[in-house]
Ligand binder design. Structure first.
Ligand SMILES: [Zn+2]
Ligand SMILES: [Zn+2]
Length: 338
């Protein structure tokens, strides 16, 4: 089978031996496609993952072989996420599932950018779903990314009628905004790239360029009776994102951190103290968040149509390059035909 592997500065296609069940519980999935996540880009660019790693975790595929007492059967089209919490450790008891050791150790084998993957019994039981015929592979590939957004939204404990600003309108910012809208919050967006602002606005998220922070803040103050927004969701790691967040958030408001920023940029202690701000991080979804994401996509309550650009596996390097240069919005790597 073909897999895309990290090899120094490049992603290369390698032919490896087919992955088999070998008597294990679980399933072998013929991968139809896999979304390219911002975290894949970070792992590749910052050399967090070593050579030989097969990235990709937003998979859609067909069950080719199965040994499991679950409701899945050979031939089913499924979508799956990659990590599973143990539900028992101190992190899990406090709902910090993404910190759980078991969560970090579980994964798709070898990784989503591969013609076939092995899904364990635990994956089938906790994080895999059957894909309804009317949903496209590209749409359902947002199952895991939207799950991340659902988790962030839940962590914020927002109040009905809250006004929210999403900083960064890349694919994750836009689906964060779509998720917030689906829960009934009033959402504003900002970015520095005009095409993104236009796209978000055309999808019902009133969005602005935040380059001139003073005039952008004026707009936000006008929209919020001068209070500022109840919460800011930081999906951008741009240098100025923290400045935008601190300027536009209401006193007593929340800043949800959903991206890494340069290490020299920190949160000023005194602003958090005097303004009673809550700064909280959110990383990866729990099985419950994923179920909710699945329901939101399959019911059409969150619109994830027409957001992806498709690349065959052979052109995965171009998909990485185009994502890094902001040429495209979200890459979807197509591996097989249903
Ligand atoms: Zn992802
Ligand atoms: Zn745990």
């Amino acid at each position: 089978m073909k897999t895309a592997q990290i090899n120094g500065e490049k992603i290369v296609i390698k032919n490896t031996e087919d992955i088999e069940l070998d008597g294990r519980k679980g399933a072998i999935i013929k991968v139809l496609g896999c979304g390219l996540c911002g975290s894949d880009i970070v792992k590749f660019r910052h050399k967090i993952s070593k050579d030989g790693t097969v990235l990709g975790h937003e998979i859609v595929g067909i069950i080719e072989e199965i040994n499991s007492e679950t409701n899945f059967a050979k031939g089913d089209k499924i979508v799956s996420s990659h990590h599973i919490p143990c539900f028992e450790c101190t992190y899990c008891k406090h709902e910090n599932y993404s910190m759980c050791k078991h969560f970090k150790e579980t994964n798709l084998i070898p990784g989503g950018f591969s013609e076939k993957v092995y899904l364990s019994e635990e994956h089938l039981k906790n994080v895999a779903q059957k894909v309804p015929a009317e949903i496209s592979d590209e749409e359902i590939s947002f199952y895991e990314p939207l799950g991340c957004c659902i988790r962030a939204i839940k962590r914020c404990n927002l109040v009905k009628g809250d006004k929210i600003l999403v900083i960064g309108l890349g694919s994750i910012g836009l689906i964060m905004a779509e998720g917030l809208k689906a829960y009934g919050y009033k959402v504003y967006g900002c970015d520095l790239i005009d095409e993104r602002i236009e796209l978000a606005s055309s999808r019902g998220v009133e969005s602005f360029n935040s380059r001139d922070l003073e005039s952008f803040n004026k707009i936000i103050r006008e929209k919020t009776e001068n209070y500022g927004v109840d919460a800011v969701f930081m999906t951008s790691g741009a240098d100025k994102a923290i400045d935008v967040a601190l300027k536009t958030v209401k006193q007593g408001g929340k800043i949800l951190v959903f991206s890494s920023t340069p290490l020299s940029n920190g949160y000023p202690n005194n602003e958090i103290y005097y303004k009673e701000l809550t700064v909280l991080g959110s990383y990866s979804p729990s099985p419950d968040d994923l179920k909710e994401s699945f329901d939101l996509i399959t019911s059409g309550r969150v619109n994830v149509k027409d957001l992806t650009t498709t690349y065959p596996l052979e052109n995965i390097q171009t998909a990485f390059d185009d994502t890094i240069s902001n040429k495209i919005f979200k890459a979807y790597i197509k591996l097989g035909i249903n």
